[in-house]
Design a protein around this ligand. Structure first.
Ligand SMILES: [Zn+2]
Length: 451
């Protein structure tokens, strides 16, 4: 044994063991039986392995019993307040014919009814449900910034701080994706119902972001989010790209969710939304940009996104009738996948993962769309729900159970009716392709139990 291993072993504080789980290393990700993870007093993994723990009796051992331990899931795209219209948009009525745009009208009504304390409460309820679903980090794409008439509060970041406080209260890690919103469409001023999303100009937005930078810490990161090409003019996109590069921030944007957005972009600029984002410089830094949705993209757009990320939100995309995201084509083009609960109509990243695969099966009449020679299907889906989301959010140390990373984990009960009597070789496939987050029994963040 090397001196370095001696030092690590000496610092181990707790050992957690389970019936099955994930071990990550530089060599890749493995699903194993009888795994264990040794943590230091801060909950960081200092050693891991599988099999008997002979000679380790001096260290406190916590046996998680008949459970499957996965890395804590990373939700790369959420609008927490939209959870408040859950169940409210499925009846015919004043907003017919129902479409994405009529749903948006109902969503705007909710956005304009928020007070600071109501935003805190709905966000807290939403983040609690996420934690219960095994999500340990969320990227909140936050765009309700100002009072209903558009006037900034005395503290222009008051509502962003409600999101931060809600995450802190729940104990979930947060990547606050501060949204820039300036227009209702190409060259069109904001609608009355969009005023509270809008900063005066890009300078005012970046000043708010600058003020938020010092708040970053272990549980809070920051990213920039120009809402979409229809809401942010190209000169402002260029300034966002410069600020993000200067401060080493990731950038997320809604991209090609609706055909109408593509058509308007072509009419205004003669190019697709992805090409416009490339022109603005947002694709220049490898791996720093996430296109949320990217449903209506072609091969040229997919090639432009190579090395970057696409966040798929299949339950929301199905709910809103957006279209079918072709994950396999993105994967083949070298685009990394992540998942988001988006409207929070459903909060379950296992359901998101399975839906991405199944929607594509329905569209193509083929199976195993996201499996490759190198990576089985269930592992591809798990990667996107964990490490893929973490890389998209600029926190690549999360979403993994490797030496040097915090023990953020979701513990699934193998005695749950959906997993009971499944052969151990089939557990991961059964969970990802037939299961849900319902069997989540415990959740850990930095080695501390959260439920
Ligand atoms: Zn969204």
């Amino acid at each position: 044994m090397s001196d370095a291993a001696d030092t690590e072993r000496a610092s181990a504080h707790t050992i957690l063991r389970a019936a099955a789980g994930i071990l990550d290393s530089d060599g890749g990700r493995e699903f194993v039986t009888d795994p264990w993870w040794a943590l230091d007093e801060h909950g960081t993994i200092v050693e891991l392995g599988r099999g008997p723990l002979a000679g380790r009796d001096e260290i406190l051992t916590r046996d998680l019993g008949r459970s499957l331990v996965l890395p804590g899931m990373v939700n790369a795209h959420s609008h927490a307040f939209q959870r408040s219209i859950r169940g409210r948009t499925h009846r015919r009525g004043a907003h017919d014919p129902s479409s994405f745009w009529s749903w948006r009208t109902q969503m705007y009504e909710a956005a304009n009814s928020l007070t600071p304390s109501r935003l805190y409460d709905v966000t807290k309820a939403c983040f609690r449900e996420m934690l219960r679903a095994g999500i340990t980090c969320v990227g909140e794409f936050h765009y309700v910034h100002h009072d209903v008439d558009g006037a900034p509060y005395d503290d222009a970041n008051l509502l962003s701080k409600q999101i931060i406080a809600a995450a802190d209260e729940v104990g979930i890690r947060l990547v606050l994706l501060e949204v820039l919103y300036l227009a209702s469409g190409f060259g069109a001023p904001p609608l009355a119902e969009q005023r509270r999303f809008c900063d005066r100009d890009v300078g005012a937005f970046l000043a708010r972001c600058e003020d938020l930078l010092p708040a970053r810490g272990d549980a809070l990161s920051l990213g920039l989010a120009p809402h979409s090409v229809r809401a942010v003019p190209i000169h402002a996109l260029e300034e966002v790209a410069r600020f993000a590069a200067d401060h080493d921030l990731v950038v997320h944007a809604h991209v090609s969710e609706q055909v109408a957005e593509n058509q308007a972009c072509v009419a205004a600029h003669g190019t697709s939304p992805v090409a416009l984002l490339e022109q603005a410089g947002l694709l220049r830094r490898p791996g720093t940009f996430t296109a949320v949705h990217a449903i209506h993209v072609d091969d040229a757009d997919r090639a432009r996104l190579r090395g970057h990320h696409v966040c798929a939100c299949p339950t929301t995309e199905a709910d809103l009738g957006d279209g079918t995201l072709m994950g396999s084509a993105l994967q083949a083009a070298g685009v990394q996948l992540a998942f988001g609960s988006d409207s929070n109509s459903v909060i379950d990243l296992i359901t998101e993962a399975r839906s991405l695969e199944l929607h594509e099966r329905l569209a193509t009449q083929r199976r195993l769309r996201l499996a490759t020679e190198a990576r089985p299907l269930s592992m591809a889906l798990l990667d996107a729900a964990t490490s893929g989301g973490a890389r998209s959010l600029g926190v690549p140390h999360l979403g993994r159970l490797a030496v040097g990373t915090p023990f953020d984990a979701a513990v699934f009960d193998l005695d749950h009716p959906t997993l009971d009597d499944v052969h151990e070789d089939d557990l991961l496939d059964a969970l990802m392709l037939s299961g849900s987050c319902a069997p989540v029994r415990d959740v850990f963040i930095s080695g501390a139990e959260c439920l």
